[in-house]
Design a protein around this ligand. Structure first.
Ligand code: UDP
Length: 309
């Protein structure tokens, strides 16, 4: 039995990860300040599970053998609502967790993001693409926050020998997405179920590639356990099936049988025009194979939101 710390463990991805780790028989310590996570996400978890309400900006003394460091608001509406706090979470929170890993000898995995590629000029994005990020824009608190978090991981590895893993997570969806998250998948499903308009920000020609949550969690665990040559390098994790936001809206209307209209909404500043992961490295090294087709995953997510209504 390994003792595993999951920061952001009451969030969307964190709660699925805690569930997977408990099912594998690990002892799980979940840390969350509940700013975007919720107790409801973790109330049904059973096994050797402990929850501590704590904001990672403040140091905390804990022991663990493995640390999954996921804590940070990940949806633009949330990370932009208190941008300085988002930067602090990424800088101070990551330093605190790296300090813990250094002291205890724990292996630590950072949940980084496709946003480190900014508004990419190449597609698909592979791990060696250095990105196109506007450090002054409204997404910078998150994009640049995660970039410095990656830098900290690499420097704690080089300077202090900490055993680090870096996952660059692309858009992920599934049950337990927060309904008020502002994410396109949850917004569109809820609007479709309520008979309200689906709003395409900036025309809907921009693309994203959506990964079902169970596939993504499998990738995170594989990366944590991976011992190959590239283990300290970043790994893209996502589903390379790319679609436009307009196509996503049409698919959700069809799957829900909704007659909601699709309408134009305001363009969002610095909204990336394309996003698609090159997962060659994760496929080859981790055996990562995100097998859930978009329609199947959307159907499960629709069923979840229907049951919540
Ligand atoms: N989007 C949209 N309508 C919505 C919510 C989002 O058209 O109700 C667009 C948004 O502008 C972006 C894409 O959908 O181009 C994905 O947005 P999301 O916030 O889900 O993720 P991210 O921008 O971080 O990829």
């Amino acid at each position: 039995m390994t003792s595993v710390l999951v920061t952001g463990g009451a969030g969307f991805l964190g709660s699925h990860l805690c569930e997977r780790l408990l099912a594998a028989g690990h002892r799980v310590l979940c840390l969350d300040n509940l700013s975007t996570g919720s107790r409801a996400n973790i109330e049904r978890l059973h096994g050797d599970f402990e929850f501590i309400e704590h904001d990672l900006i403040n140091p905390i003394r804990l022991d663990a053998e493995k640390v999954y460091h996921l804590a940070c608001p990940a949806s633009p509406v949330h990370y932009q609502s208190n941008p300085v706090r988002t930067v602090k979470t990424n800088v101070l929170g990551t330093m605190n967790m790296l300090g813990l890993a250094r002291r205890t000898g724990a292996r630590i995995l950072l949940a980084s993001t496709s946003e480190v590629y900014g508004d990419p000029k190449v597609s698909p994005q592979s791990e060696d693409y250095l990105g196109n990020v506007n450090q002054l824009g409204p997404r910078a608190c998150y994009d640049e926050g995660k970039r410095i978090a990656e830098t900290l991981m690499m420097e704690y590895h080089r300077e202090h020998g900490v055993d680090v893993r870096i996952a660059r997570i692309f858009n992920t969806y599934g049950p337990r997405m927060a309904p008020d998250d502002g994410r396109v998948v949850s917004n569109f499903i809820l609007a479709a179920l309520r008979g309200e308009p689906l709003r395409l920000y900036g025309g809907g020609r921009q693309s994203r590639s959506f990964c079902y949550v169970d596939d993504l969690i499998g990738g995170l665990v594989s990366l944590m356990e991976y011992r190959g040559e590239l283990r300290h390098q970043p790994f893209n994790l996502g589903n390379p099936h790319e679609i436009s936001i307009r196509e996503l809206a049409e698919t959700i209307l069809r799957l829900t049988g909704s007659s909601s209209p699709i309408v134009d909404g305001p363009a969002q500043p610095d909204d990336p025009g394309r996003r698609c992961p090159d997962i060659t490295r994760a496929r080859a090294e981790l055996g990562f194979a995100p097998g859930t087709a978009l329609e199947a995953g959307l159907q499960r997510t629709i069923d979840y939101f229907r049951a919540c209504a």
